[in-house]
Design a protein around this ligand. Sequence first.
Ligand code: AP5
Length: 231
Amino acid sequence: MALDQRPVEKLDRAVIFLGPPGSGKGTQAKVLAGKFGVPHLATGDMLREHIAKGTPLGQKAQPIMARGELVPDSLVLRMVAERIERPDCSHGFVFDGFPRTVAQAKYLGEMLRSQGFKQPFVIHMVIGYALLIRRLTGRRTCKVGGEIYNIYDRPPKVDGVCDNDGGELLQRPDDREEVIQPRLHAYEKLTSPLVSYYRRLGALHEIDASKSVEEVEQEILQAVASMRGAR
Ligand code: AP5
């Protein structure tokens, strides 16, 4: 039976998507979480929700995200800790955009151990710079259901309209070219050290994220299946 046709199995751990802005973390994390029936925890989406609701956290995060910088660890860690304590996370979850600093990774390791989870699987999305720019400048997201499109590579059937629910497709404010550079810089400086951090723990699995969405999805499913078989 093809991997993606198997019935839902338990994940029982955290899967972390690690990769630069635009590498396809959100696109793939959503699919993987759906296959295992576990929550997709995207810290960027959670922060954008706080901004939309005007919460104190959202008010602090908004100017920082608009500049393409990282939100301070203390704020993000509190938000994540509250989320993974909820009962729907008891069989595992898929992180998209978290952890993003070594301090966040260490804190997460402690949280997972204290809740009885095994070591996380880390999917490292490997991709070149030119493709990232194309993906970020071309991305459009449905205002209603959050479906992700790309005007170059994954266009909707009707310009500006979501195929699923007819929602308006919007460009993220941080996908403007002047904000993309600081985001890529923040990734290089603060997040890319996590590649060697997780490699040393034997938890890292590299995926060629430059392939098509479907090919990347298959590669991830194979990696997760082999990781689960090995432990
Ligand atoms: P966040 O929302 O996490 O953004 P990001 O990491 O910059 O990643 P993106 O969402 O831009 O890209 P992605 O890799 O998910 O790609 P996607 O699947 O959408 O963070 C935003 C901000 O929040 C940060 O800058 C920071 O300020 C703050 N923040 C968040 N988490 C934080 C944390 N832990 N600590 C501190 N601050 C934090 O795909 C991109 C495009 O490519 C789409 O158009 C898609 O359709 C297309 N695409 C995807 N895959 C393919 C493919 N295989 N082939 C062709 N096109 C593809």
